[in-house]
Design a protein around this ligand. Sequence first.
Ligand code: ZN
Length: 407
Amino acid sequence: MKRFCELKIPIKESALNSLDWRVKVLPKEIKFCARCAISNQRPGIVFDENNVCAPCNFAEKKKKLIDWASRKKEFEKMLEGYRRNDGNFDVIVPSSGGKDSAVVAHRLKHEYGMHPLCVTWAPMIYTDIGWQNLQNFIASGFPTVLMFPDRILHRKLSKLAFVKIGAHFYAFGRGQMAAPFHVAIEKGIKLVMYAQNGESEYGGITKYDNQCGVSWADWERFYHAGLTLDNTLKVGVQEGFLTEEEMKDPCFKLYTIPSAKILSENDIAMHWFFYYHKDVPQENYYYVSQHTGFQANPERSEGTYTKFASLDDRTDGFHYYLGFIKYGIGRATSDAAHEVRDGFISREEAVALIRKYDGEFPKKYYKEFLEYVDLTDEEFRDVVDAYRQEHIWKKENGEWKLRHQAS
Ligand SMILES: [Zn+2]
């Protein structure tokens, strides 16, 4: 295999010296939420005195306290400040062609009479279904700016992030978050509308549970664990993942949200659509299959039992798999816990699904993934094992096993 960079230290050593500080501060005693079965190992999650996690409490509170009719009014009022009827776009919808962003764009256009411009930051490697869903979405009447990053630099950043953060999606996630703001500034569009605050819904930081958006100052800390692109790239250069010259490439600007100063000078605001609307993954799925030609996967996604979420990228499975390695929490746990909170399944059913599917190895695209991040099978295993923590994993007869599982 022809390597695309000469590392200065062995992969294993590099991964053991990870930049992701969150894995180092996890509670050593593992607990499982009494309601949804997620564990306390998810970074930022808080459990109350009854052993119930913050997202469960958040979901309950939403059911009881939120008056969705008045939130809708609030939303309409907010939109009035941005609506344009002069032939220009008035809102950017960061959109993958996936179900949530399709719901947002469709409802903004047809229910609220807005003029959305969608911005798609391309996945690492499109799946057939992901590409088809994007085409169907565009064909149902949505102008879309599709951005592909420099594939060489993107792969290098993915490799760096996989080894040093245990999260190759860092590269994709940064671009997906940042690129829409660059388009907003360029086109003079003042409003950027994301779907939901994943932290509240899936169980991370609760500070923004009851707010319609996040402060610019908190953004980096929130979504990228405080791992600024600059620092990550600097370490990358030191260890030989990329060169000093590559680090200065203008492409990397697209991976960083413009500064708070630039955003406020341009009067740009971001809002979460599902702060103002009820967010039920199942219902979103039905909505977009009817309105934007969205199709579920013909088969379930590896590592979980669902067929309709996160389908666009062949490397998705490795994002969830590494989460499972680092925190003992896989894709099935996230999906099942969300469905418990929405009242679709019981805790017992969730536990059964978690035990059956969580941590399933994403073998379907393994070869492609290795090629994409330029790693050998052995190096991949070295990185994975470097992220296993003593209080989460044990080795039994040569096989890795979780020390604790939801029951
Ligand atoms: Zn819970």
